[in-house]
Design a protein around this ligand. Structure first.
Ligand code: ASP
Length: 320
C-alpha cells in the first residue's frame, strides 16, 4: 500500500542517438512534473487533482505533443484531445477537436463534473469551453514553427506519423529546425487509500486527417481507471483502440487475477510491435511502465522512496 504516481511523454521510435540538447529538457520536464505530482500527493490532494495538474504542466511545455506542443493535421490546424477518469466512481470526461483551449485536460474534467455526458467534441466542446470560461487563445497560437516543420516532413514522406517516427533515411530531419521527439502526455496516480485516477492529453498524429480521433480520449483504450488500476497509454492510436489497451489491463487483473505489472506486460506484448506503451498504477501502490516501442519518455515515484526517470530500456532503467 502507499501512494504512487507515473507519467509519460509519449512512446515511439526514439533514437538511441538522441542528442543531449533534445533529451535533457524533456528529462528535466519529466523530473519537474514528477516532483509536483509527488508534492501534491504528499499534501493529500486527490489523485484526480494530481493527474490533472501534472498533465496541465505537460500541456504547457512545448517539448511534448499536447497543448502548446500539439502536432498538426494535414490542413495545418490543431485538434487537441484529452480524457480524465476517476477509478472509484468510474466518472470520466473527454474532449476532442479543440483548437483554442490551453488545457484540454481541464476541459475534460469539466465535462465530467458539469455535464450529464462523457465526451464533447469540436464545435460543441469549444462552445462549452467558452461557457465555462476556461483559458483560450487564438487557434494560431498553437501552430508553432516546429510543428509546421514536422508536418512538412510528414507530408514529404507521405506519412501520417506518430510523433517519434524516424524520418526516412533519404529525408533526414533538418538539424537546425526541429526534431521528431515529441509525444502524447499522460499521468496516473493512486493515494494511500487506494483511490485511483488517470489522465491523457494529445495533439494526435502528425498529418492526421481533419476530424480524426485517436485512442487518448477513448475510455478503455488510451485512458482507463477503475477500483483496481489506472492506465494511460501512448502509441499508435488506431492500434490502441483495437486492442482496448487500458481496459484490457484492468480486465486481466479483475478476471484473471494478474498483478498490475504482469497485466501491463501482457497487453503491451500482445499489441503489434512498435505501437504501444503505457503507464499504470494499482490500488495497492504498484507501478508498471511497459512499451513495445524503442522507448517511452517516462517517470514514476512511490511512497517507499523508489523513483525512476527513463527513456529507453536498460537494466538500470527497467520497469519498476
Ligand atoms: N496515441 C496518440 C494518438 O494516436 C499518439 C501518441 O501517443 O503519441 O493520437
Amino acid at each position: 500500500m502507499g501512494w504512487a504516481i507515473a507519467l509519460h511523454g509519449g512512446a515511439g521510435d526514439i533514437p538511441l542517438s538522441l542528442p543531449p540538447e533534445r533529451r535533457l529538457p524533456r528529462e528535466e520536464t519529466l523530473r519537474r512534473c514528477l516532483s509536483h505530482g509527488v508534492a501534491a500527493l504528499k499534501a493529500n490532494r486527490t489523485p484526480l487533482d494530481v493527474v490533472e495538474l501534472v498533465v496541465r504542466e505537460l500541456e504547457n511545455c512545448p517539448y511534448f505533443n499536447a497543448g502548446i506542443g500539439s502536432v498538426l493535421t494535414t490542413n495545418g490546424t490543431v485538434e487537441m484531445e484529452a480524457c480524465i477518469m476517476d477509478g472509484n466512481t468510474k466518472k470520466c470526461g473527454a474532449v476532442s477537436g479543440l483548437s483554442t483551449v490551453v488545457n484540454a485536460i481541464s476541459l475534460a474534467r469539466l465535462v465530467m463534473e458539469k455535464t450529464p455526458h462523457i465526451y464533447l467534441a469540436f464545435d460543441g466542446a469549444e462552445s462549452f469551453a467558452k461557457e465555462q470560461g476556461v483559458e483560450t487563445r487564438d487557434a494560431s497560437h498553437f501552430i508553432t514553427p516546429e510543428n509546421i516543420e514536422r508536418l512538412t516532413q510528414a507530408k514529404a514522406a507521405n506519412r501520417v506519423q506518430i510523433d517519434y517516427t524516424q524520418p526516412a533515411p533519404e529525408k533526414p530531419l533538418k538539424e537546425s529546425s526541429c526534431d521528431s521527439q515529441i509525444g502524447t502526455v499522460g499521468c496516473v496516480a493512486v493515494d494511500g487509500k487506494g483511490n485511483l485516477a488517470a489522465a491523457t492529453s494529445t495533439g494526435g498524429l502528425v498529418n492526421k486527417m481533419v476530424g480524426r480521433i485517436g485512442d487518448t480520449p477513448i475510455i478503455g483504450a488510451g485512458t482507463y481507471a477503475n477500483s483496481l488500476c489506472a492506465v494511460s497509454a501512448t502509441g499508435k492510436g488506431e492500434s490502441i483502440i483495437r486492442a482496448t489497451v487500458g481496459r484490457d489491463v484492468a480486465a486481466l487483473m479483475e478476471y484473471k487475477g494478474l498483478s498490475l505489472k504482469d497485466a501491463a506486460e501482457y497487453v503491451v506484448e500482445h499489441s503489434p510491435k512498435g505501437t504501444a506503451g503505457l503507464v499504470a498504477v494499482s490500488a495497492t501502490g504498484e507501478v508498471a511502465m511497459a512499451f513495445n516501442t524503442t522507448g517511452m519518455f517516462r517517470a514514476c515515484a512511490k511512497e517507499d522512496g523508489t523513483s525512476e526517470i527513463g527513456i529507453w530500456r536498460s537494466i538500470e532503467n527497467g520497469d519498476v
